[in-house]
Design a protein around this ligand. Structure first.
Ligand code: NAD
Ligand code: TDX
Length: 339
């Protein structure tokens, strides 16, 4: 079995590469990643010498490069993690989100049509469903919830999902889609809520909470997401969408306070800043389908996962220190100074 994993130098993709190489020692895993600011080759260091692993630095939007890779490797499956993934960046500059997330997806699927594939899997997000009101805790996103996006990021992911389903219906491409809630864990890029708050707290810097901090996200440990995708690509039904989430809703402010507590830092570091434009209020996944059909259940409780994650950032400063001292400083200045 040869699997092309796109975006495998990013947060979830790298965790997926590790999971697959570990669980299936006879599989060949090809990571296709162009190493944007969010891609980090040092993350993949532990598997670089594995004879079943190959890293290819190309963009999923580069048709010639993608076709060449398909000719060389004749993959059985493609799992597409490659994306521009940060909502705040999409609000600043939507164009690259459309290029990578929509055009890149179509290039990958064109290659699948041209060379043949057993499965094309699209890693999507719960954000395609928009948001839920805070005063209706009885409501959850199911696979039937209409697409109703808020940000350029979520719109680009929704556009990709629609294309994937269209390639299935029109060309019979054997596709699956998974829509997961917020992930956390090792190798999470420092621009995102949890790693940003851990790293700022460690440096005794202000903790910038958007608005009043009451927005709710449904957090899942990254390994549980990887295991769910593993199940979907092996046992999921072609043409189907699977929601992934572990019923773990938390307010942003409660997460930030928990991080302060775990690190022994004062809550006085918390600073309320101008809200995100179009900020989604609440995400909440109903994972009944993947549980009933594929037997998936999350294994890591948030209380344990967040401790493991904080421990990982404490032990792996050598991973994040070069990131936050480079170009990231300009990003941080632009997004947070005078906010
Ligand atoms: P990330 O930003 O950490 O990593 C993205 C990776 O894709 C990087 O390695 C980057 O270099 C690569 N990439 C970007 N553009 C590329 C291109 N044109 N060609 C090749 N590679 C390219 O993202 P992540 O958080 O790991 O998310 C991975 C996927 O999971 C995304 O599709 C995202 O929409 C989805 N998702 C993320 C979450 C989450 O909480 N992080 C939740 C649900 C779904
Ligand atoms: O500095 C911050 N302060 C803050 O209050 C940051 C970076 C975020 N927030 C808030 C905004 C959100 O309500 O925290 C919440 C989480 O923010 P992000 O980490 O940016 O994640 P989110 O916008 O929820 O999107 C994430 O989950 C779905 C991923 O980045 C997406 O790729 C995924 O599809």
């Amino acid at each position: 079995m040869t699997i092309i994993v796109t975006g495998g130098a990013g947060f979830i993709g790298s965790n997926f590469v590790f999971h697959m190489l570990d669980k299936y020692p006879d599989y060949r895993i090809i990571c296709l990643d162009c190493l944007t600011y969010a891609g980090n080759l040092s993350t993949l260091e532990p598997v670089m010498d594995n004879p079943n692993f190959r890293f290819v630095k190309e963009s999923i939007t580069d048709r010639d490069a993608v076709y060449k890779l398909f000719e060389e490797e004749k993959p059985d499956m493609v799992v597409n993690f490659a994306a521009e993934s940060h909502v705040d960046r999409s609000i600043e500059n939507p164009q690259v989100f459309l290029d990578t997330n929509i055009i890149g997806t179509s290039v990958l699927m064109d290659a699948c049509r041209k060379y043949g594939i057993k499965r094309y899997h699209q890693v999507s997000t719960d954000e395609v469903y928009g948001d839920l009101p805070l005063d209706r805790p009885d409501l959850f996103f199911t696979e039937e919830t209409p697409i109703h996006t808020s940000s350029p990021y979520s719109s680009s992911k929704a556009g990709a999902d629609l294309l994937v389903l269209a390639y299935h219906r029109t060309y019979g491409l054997p596709v699956t889609i998974s829509r997961c809630s917020n992930n956390y864990g090792p190798y999470h890029f420092p621009e995102k809520l949890i790693p940003l708050m851990i790293i700022n707290a460690l440096n005794d810097k202000p903790l910038p909470v958007y608005g009043e901090g009451v927005n709710v996200r449904d957090w899942l440990y990254v390994e549980d997401h990887c295991k769910a995708i593993d199940l979907v690509i092996h046992k999921g039904t072609v043409g189907e969408v699977y929601n992934i989430g572990g019923h773990n809703e938390m307010k942003n402010i409660d997460i930030v306070k928990l991080i302060c507590k775990e690190l022994g830092k004062p809550e006085s570091l918390i600073t309320y800043v101008t809200d995100r434009k179009g900020h989604d209020m609440r995400y909440a996944i109903d994972p009944t389908k993947i549980h009933n059909e594929l037997g998936w259940l999350p294994e890591t409780k948030f209380a344990d996962g967040i401790k493991k994650t904080i421990r990982w950032y404490l032990d792996n400063e050598s991973w994040w220190a070069p990131i936050v001292s480079g170009e990231y400083q300009n990003y941080y200045e632009k997004m947070y100074a005078n906010r």
